[in-house]
Design a protein around this ligand. Structure first.
Ligand code: HEM
Length: 556
């Protein structure tokens, strides 16, 4: 009797039907709470195990149990996949927004775009094709209008948090760094500590140290007098050394031969990995198991060890030194301190946020000003008038009133090539949605403003690809040119905007003035602009190839 019941219970068609029902149920569950790869694997195992248990009870033989279990497995995944695809394409709350169908279907499209290094151009092209709002993922929108900046990053956005892109730590740190904090409340408390170390007064107090690091660079450049050097590489070392000094009171010493020069490459590779994983954050818990090139693994290991050593050494000094880390280590006004594990995660984040970005911008500054001889000579004359090259330098001598061309050059470099050209991802609240311009955005949507598109839009800046410092000088700007400063957002805006904007601007002014006052920097006539531009890629921040320039010491 028992035998015949078992025979009747689970046939292949029943297995397929059960799998179909399970697939639809799980899709409904996942619609409400997005799974991670681990929770998905757990649910899959549970569902399959439940079915196998029923099949063992109902099927006649072990072979039959095996067959119906395999049918169940594939039918389950097939139904779940089809249901998700149909939903995303035809029934999703974001279905009214235009965008490429591959992006609407899966975020793996975003992975493909991100790994190409061309994300900035890809998204810009989509905005040109589809308009100011583009659906760039199943659950993700990219915006390119001025109004969207206010609604996503401005005062109207006080309920919008950072998006899940910020979840994975690219350095494998156990803690959560402040720039990756998604909760408004936690971010606000921690950001306040960081801001203390980056006030205008603090930035001024760091200035002699920035100048001193520039002096070291000048002594390195002197060794190459009359030769062509890769300015990109030297600036990289300079900006990392500056950040080491200002963050931990200890320069990395990269400008000296013995410095850890692998650090910059390890940082960029880590950022690249994070940029890919950030597209599919639900993969992040297993992403570090993915095979990566052993050379990178070695460098990453060295990077982690060095970061830890720097952190330990710095932490031992407490809050005495005048550096940014003293503020991160300090307690807030209520006596609350950031947990040690989170402070440890803050250390590499601080260096990366402050050096990679400044390095990219300073490199582009040298590229643009040396490319155009009249801009170079105008800027050089202005710097010579502002600083005699002998008295102690301060950024006060170089402020926008005294050095408008320098200011215009910096604004232009940041406009044409913002170091973080893509998205600073945000997410609408879990329960209520959010109004952006004329569109109501449903809850749990990832949204962001595409900086690169906004800053290169001819409606915002006439001839957007031309490097024209005068457009930033009111008395010199062509009055017929569009010039919408609200569309200049290289540091982003709002609660999560760049904490180091003032430091960055001061640092860039000092670097440019110091080097140009002491050296004549020339771009050779046969400079390969195509090769230079082809090597510019975006992996969260921009990466670029060499910038070979002729360096000659000035004797005046
Ligand atoms: C040209 C140089 C720089 C540019 C273009 C730049 C740009 C940015 C951008 C776009 C963000 C993301 C904001 C967002 O998510 O909305 C950011 C965040 C941040 N930047 Fe910068 N940055 C630069 C230099 C610096 C420097 C020198 C520091 C020094 C410490 C710094 C510290 C930070 C920090 C701490 C954050 C995270 C802010 C937060 O989470 O609240 N940045 N930066």
């Amino acid at each position: 009797m028992l035998e015949s019941n078992r025979h009747l219970t689970v046939s292949p068609s029943i297995a397929a039907a059960a799998a179909g029902a399970a697939g639809l149920i799980w899709h409904r569950v996942y619609n409400r709470s997005e799974p991670t790869i681990r929770s998905f694997a757990r649910d899959l195992c549970l569902t399959e195990a439940t079915f196998i248990a029923i099949a063992i009870f109902g099927a006649q033989t072990a072979l039959q149990t095996g067959i119906v279990s395999v049918i169940f497995f594939f039918a389950y995944l097939g139904t779940l996949g089809t249901s998700i695809a149909v939903y995303r394409l035809f029934f999703h709350p974001l279905r009214k927004f235009p965008g490429p169908w591959q992006a609407k279907l899966t975020k793996w499209t975003g992975v493909r775009w991100a790994t190409s290094g061309e994300l900035h151009f890809i998204v810009q092209a989509q905005h040109e094709k589809y308009g100011d709002v583009v659906r760039t993922g199943p659950n993700e929108l990219s915006f390119a209008s001025i109004e969207s900046i206010k609604d996503i990053h401005g005062a109207n956005a006080n309920k919008i948090t950072r998006g899940p892109y910020n979840y994975p730590s690219p350095y494998g740190a156990a803690g959560l760094s402040m720039p990756n904090t998604r909760s408004h409340h936690e971010h606000k408390a921690r950001r306040r500590l960081w801001d203390g170390g980056l006030t205008m007064n603090q930035v001024r107090s760091y200035e002699p140290r920035v100048v001193a690091q520039c002096d070291i660079l000048c002594s390195v450049l002197r060794e190459y007098d009359g030769q062509v050097v890769d300015m990109k590489l030297l600036i990289d070392w300079l900006t990392f050394d500056i950040m080491g000094d200002l963050a931990f009171s200890k320069s990395f010493g990269m400008m000296h031969d013995g410095g850890p020069r692998y650090y910059t490459e390890a940082v960029r590779r880590a950022i690249r990995l994070r940029n890919t994983i950030g597209q599919v954050p639900w993969m992040s818990t297993v992403s570090y198991l993915l095979p990566v090139d052993p050379e990178f693994r070695k460098k990453a290991q060295k990077f982690t060890t060095l970061s830890k050593a720097i952190f330990d050494e710095r932490k031992a000094k407490g809050t005495e030194p005048n550096d940014i880390f003293s503020y991160i280590l300090a307690s807030d006004k209520d006596g609350a301190k950031t947990a040690d594990v989170d402070v440890e995660a803050d250390a590499p984040s601080l260096v990366i946020a402050g050096s990679d970005t400044s390095s990219v911008t300073a490199t582009f500054l040298f590229y643009f000003v040396t490319r155009n001889k009249s801009i170079y000579s105008g800027l050089s004359d202005e710097i010579d008038r502002a600083w005699d090259g002998k008295s102690p330098m301060s950024s006060d001598m170089l402020n926008p009133d005294k050095c408008p061309i320098l200011h215009g050059c910096i604004c232009e470099a940041l406009r044409i090539w913002p170091p973080g050209p893509n998205h600073s991802q945000r997410r609408t609240e879990d329960v209520v949605g959010h109004q952006v311009g004329d569109d109501w955005i449903p809850p749990e949507t990832q949204l962001s403003v595409h900086i690169f598109t906004v800053q290169r839009n001819p409606k915002h800046f006439t001839n957007p690809l031309e490097f024209v410092p005068e457009r930033w000088i009111d008395s010199k700007r062509d009055p017929t040119w569009a010039h919408n400063t609200r569309a200049w957002i290289p540091f982003q805006a709002g609660a999560y905007a760049c904490a180091g904007k003032q430091l960055a601007l001061n640092e860039l002014r000092v670097i440019m003035a110091k080097i140009m006052r002491k050296f004549k920097i020339t771009m050779k006539d046969d400079f390969d602009h195509k090769a230079f531009n082809d090597k510019i890629k975006s992996f969260q921040s921009l990466v670029m190839g060499e910038l070979p320039l002729l360096v000659e010491e000035r004797k005046d």
